[in-house]
Design a protein around this ligand. Sequence first.
Ligand SMILES: [Zn+2]
Length: 215
Amino acid sequence: MDALVKKAVLPTEINTGCGPDIERPSEEEARAAVRTLLAWAGDDPDREGVRDTPQRVIKAYREFFSGYDDDPVEALSRTFEEVGGYDDVVMLRDIDFNSHCEHHMVPFIGRAHIAYLPTDKVVGISKLARVVEIFARRLQTQETMTSQIVQTIEKALEPRGAAVMLEAVHQCMSLRGVNKRNVATITTQFTGEFKTDPNLQARFMQLIRAPSGGL
Ligand SMILES: [Zn+2]
């Protein structure tokens, strides 16, 4: 697999809350827009097979883009302080996600790996997967999504450091444009001790590739 390695740039301000406060068009307007796209593609929107497609598409869109309604920092708000002195890396790897690129509205599909070094509190591990899910269910670039996950962890957990790696295949690259299949785009972002300590970064990479022991 070819790999395209990118370092995510950390924008100065990033939205780690709910989606933007905009007025949404009505369902009827959204259905009409899909009907227009069907005709634009060259099909007959009144043909039996596609007659209900606008309704199906808007229902699917509600699901694909449900992340605008959720607050990722809120998802990490319940923390636990009783960890028996545990102060080493907490890591979740191979979190599958499906997202859509904001340039073509075409899926990009991949996996996220997340680690942090707790200070005095940890979070239920499934909640980190939830944060990935919330950001994936918005229109994204992979770089932005990487930053958003890191910044949410920073904001909610104030850890000694955090590390995020996303690897994904972008269908806007496989199905159109350069038409390259199976090119993995890899983005990484480190903060705190993960940023300053190359050994810690190396350990993070090692843990990602370590065999799971048949889990
Ligand atoms: Zn794209």
